[in-house]
Ligand binder design. Sequence first.
Ligand SMILES: Nc1ncnc2c1ncn2[C@@H]1O[C@H](COP(=O)(O)OP(=O)(O)O)[C@@H](O)[C@H]1O
Ligand SMILES: [Mg+2]
Length: 246
Amino acid sequence: MSRRVSSKWKKTAALLKDSNLSDYVPETVRMSNVSLRTLLKKYEMVYIKPVAGSFGIGVMRVKRTEEGYQFQVKERVRSFKDFDNMYRSILKNTNKKNYLVQKGIHLLKHNGRRFDLRVMAQYAPNRRWETTGIIGRVAAKNKIVTNFHSGGTIVTANRLLSGHTDAVEEKLTSLSKLGVTAGKAMQRAFPGVYVIGLDVALDKSLRPWILEVNTSPDPYIFRKHPKKSMFRKIMRYAKSYPKSRA
Ligand SMILES: Nc1ncnc2c1ncn2[C@@H]1O[C@H](COP(=O)(O)OP(=O)(O)O)[C@@H](O)[C@H]1O
Ligand SMILES: [Mg+2]
């Protein structure tokens, strides 16, 4: 069994503390009226998400516009002239949950739909961290989240990246390294963690950004990968995690 850490805030704080990883994490703070206002002054677009969320549920995209502000939940976009009015309306959608605000990354698109990548890294039977799979997730039309459980589709990273660069293999190699570095850092911060799934966004310069670390990532999305040995290895490693904490 691998330990599960549910607080996005604790996991993000662990990444930010690590000098090898902090550059890859978009600025993230706890949400309040003031912190959302502050980040929206700094960035024209931000994401807000529940500290303890998953499956893309409750995630919103907030932006500054010429006329004021806008936020989107699911496919619905609402516009406001005034920040406080918008904030009140956002709170009606948060179900009293704690939220984070994060600098928004303009995700690359595939056939007009946003996509990001899932990087799976595991503590291997040889007691070293290894990236065992990378796969792409494409958002449903007009959606702001790529999660499979919110209507996203699984597409190979190769297919998604080849529309944006000739250096696909180099990109995948550096993402694999990022997975290993993040795995080690998470295990250091949270002993008993043997698997992580990074949600990685690429911006238009193809720079990777870690949007979140999952400590209980769904292995089954890798069943869709044409390279069958990938899913087999993921499942084999999943059965081999140490009983006691490493
Ligand atoms: N800062 C961000 N910039 C752009 N897209 C984001 C950002 N944060 C989240 N997203 C989108 O929303 C999805 C869900 O957010 P995530 O933080 O992974 O929460 P969840 O636990 O619900 O999966 C991401 O996979 C990504 O598509
Ligand atoms: Mg996620």
